[in-house]
Structures are given as C-alpha cells and as structure tokens.
Design a protein around this ligand. Structure first.
Ligand code: SAH
Length: 196
C-alpha cells in the first residue's frame, strides 16, 4: 500500500471545530473501546493511581471510565465544545481557568480534580505545564494528526512520558488511495521509525 497519497493532506483547526459544530463526529463512541478493555492490564502494569494522558481527546468516554478507577486524567483538545460536552454528558461539575503559560488556552477541571482537559493545540503543551505521564491512550490521535506533523507529535509525546510508562496506540489499516482521511493510514514501519 502507498501512504504517499495522504502525506500532503492538512486538516485545519477550523475544520475540526466545524466537525464538532455540525455534529460530524462519527469518531466519537459511546462505549469504552474494546481494545482498551482488552489491554487495560498492559496500560496499568499492576500500578494504581496513574496519571494518564489523552492526546486529542475529544469527549472520549474512556476518560471517565479510567477516572472512576482512581486514575487521574489529563486531556488536550482544540474544541471547547467537545470539552464542555464531555463534562455535561457525564453530569460532572467543572471549573474553567486560564493557563498562564499558554496564551489563549483554558483548562477545564472536574470539581473532584481528577480530570483536567486543556483546550488548546497539543503543540502548545510541554511537560512544564502538564507534567509527565505513566500511561497514554492514543486512539484517534496519531491517526488524526496531519501526516507532516507526525514526527513533531511523537517527539512531543515522548517528552511527556515517565521512564516507566505504557503507551497504547490504536491505528487503522486500509487502502489510503481509497479514503483521504482522517483517520490517516500510518503503516507499522512508520510507527516503528517514529517512536524509535
Ligand atoms: N481521541 C478522541 C477523538 C478523536 S478525533 C476519541 O477517541 O474519540 C480527533 C480530535 O482531535 C478531534 O476532537 C479534534 O478536534 C482534535 N484535534 C485535532 N487537532 C488537534 C490539535 N492539534 N490539538 C488538540 N486537539 C486536536
């Protein structure tokens, strides 16, 4: 297969915001992802009370599911609508505050303090703002990043990981000549070279 047909495709922030505004969010699922259930033990690796990162989080229901297990969740999402829908759909009261080190960014945090969602671009984050994580759930994230930004994305993710951290990545496999993405097709060979 030839992933070359997608390499120049760019989805802008405005296009993502529009998807949320028009409800064009077929990627959002109401049920916890079966692969997270299947590989939960790999993510946790016997540990409890982890800090778990959700890049490009949307309103993923898995954030609530893992928070209810006692983990603390940090997500990042450009759409404020998505972030607000997450809290309201789970009936979670939240507070909203500016993020002094990132201009224009806001942080939404559950009143209980265990779910913090940054509303900004992931490229605005660094470990000095969000710290490092024991685990990452990457579903609809690497595959949603513009193909030309993949290396930047992965390099950033690596800086956000603790030494003993687990990273669960979900990708999709299909003929990239038949669908323009997102989700983009990221060949396994590229995943290996990106993460090293
Ligand atoms: N991971 C989620 C959402 C996947 S869709 C899930 O499993 O349901 C990808 C999401 O990334 C969209 O909600 C989009 O608004 C958001 N997004 C796209 N580019 C982004 C960026 N640079 N920084 C943060 N969020 C981004």
């Amino acid at each position: 297969t030839d992933a070359g047909s997608q390499k120049d495709r760019v989805v802008t922030k405005e296009e993502w915001l529009q998807k949320w505004e028009t409800g064009n969010i077929g990627f959002h699922k109401e049920q916890v992802h079966p692969l997270l259930q299947k590989y939960l033990d790999v993510l946790l690796n016997g540990r409890s009370g982890l800090r778990i990162f959700f890049p490009l989080c949307g309103k993923a229901v898995e954030m609530k599911w893992l928070a209810d297990m006692g983990h603390s969740i940090v997500g990042v999402e450009v759409s404020e609508q998505a972030v607000k829908e997450f809290f309201t759909e789970h009936s979670l009261p939240y507070i909203e505050e500016p993020v002094p080190e990132i201009s224009g960014a806001k942080m939404f945090q559950s009143a209980s303090g265990n779910i913090s969602l940054y509303c900004c671009s992931i490229y605005d984050l660094s470990s000095s703002t969000v710290g490092k994580f024991d685990g990452v759930w990457d579903r609809g994230a690497l595959v949603a990043v513009n193909p030309q930004d993949r290396q930047r994305y992965v390099s950033l993710m690596i800086t956000l990981m603790e030494k003993k951290s687990s990273y669960l990545l979900v990708t999709v496999s299909y003929d990239p000549n038949k669908h323009k993405g997102p989700p983009f097709y990221v060949p396994e060979s590229e995943i290996k070279s990106l993460f090293g």
